[in-house]
Design a protein around this ligand. Sequence first.
Ligand code: PLP
Length: 400
Amino acid sequence: IAFESLRASTIKSSPSMAVSMAAKAMRAKGEQVIDLSLGEPDFDTPAHIVDAAVDAMKRGITRYTAPDGLPELREAIVRKFKRENGLDYAMDEISIGNGAKQILFNAFLGTLEPGDEVVVPAPYWVSYTDIVILHGGVPVIVPCGVEQAFKITPERLEAAITPKTRWFLFNSPSNPTGAIYTAAELKALGEVLARHPRVAIMSDEIYEHIVCADVPFTSFANACPELRDRTLLINGVSKAYAMTGWRLGYAAGPKALTKVLNKMQSQSTTCPSSITQVAAAAALNGPQDFVTTAVAEYKARGELVTRGFRAIPGLEVRAPEGAFYLFPKCAVHIGKTAPDGTVIENDTALAAYLLTEGKVATVPGAAFGVEPYIRLSFATSRDNLTLAIARIADALARLR
Ligand code: PLP
């Protein structure tokens, strides 16, 4: 019997997860695959955070919490916004979820009417469009290739907005491109949005701390304070504190909105794990030297891959300003033929070729809504990256 609902059939499983699974399967067969497909810090969670979690368990913080979390976590989040961003949010303007991903679920579940449009610049994080579709929304994708530094312009944003637009959803520093919007660029987008009072703004700032160029991170709320009443800032501990498996994301926005998110939370997972909440509070309140050390390493790796991939003929590489991804354009290689006679028809075929022939797992641009590109995550050791560069150079040189 068929189980899948019409609603479930409108979306696909996460493509980056699928590539990573394929790489794992090859590894299980004894192949030495380098996995550059997953956006996940390769460091361990800092010890003081782990200790806080163990301590929480021993103290009996093992029960349901309120849907919007333990007061100590919400206080830590409020303090984080004040300390790091100079932003004032009240305790009831905070929402939490099992990862930033669940915040997106809660937000769209709680706000979208069928057919409402969500403007999303592409390349976008793989899950955005599927989460919108799952909740009855219509993603309106605005292609922003390397030619425009992977960023949406005010003119293109204006052109994408219709009477049905409910949200503008974007991400800076960006997964998959590493692009960061400057304060001036955000302000210019804000001027467009100010003219459209029905449009709310979802600014995914989860890579806030992972900045590797001279472009400073600017929160959308700092650039456009006049839009505070319809801005939702999304953040989380996964990337900054190497806590992807702990599952804790958070958001700040007007109370009218966080109230809706918290209601969705209360009827789904109730709350993120109480233990994780204590750990996340320790991450936000505690020493930040882990972040500094990790970011210095990402910066060195970013420079290594930018240099390495720029030296490979036929790849157009924009140096990432943040996050831990490189997103080279690979147009020159599309249409070429592999040694076994297969034609590389698109970036999906190219990524498959790099996996089988080069033994390097990457994610094709198609997964992020633009082609032809490949995304390489540099959240892995410099040795792995050096080897991956050599393997990819070699595999590409074998295309005719
Ligand atoms: N937003 C972006 C842009 C991401 O890249 C990710 C993870 O890859 C997330 C959100 C989700 O993070 P989490 O659910 O682990 O908090």
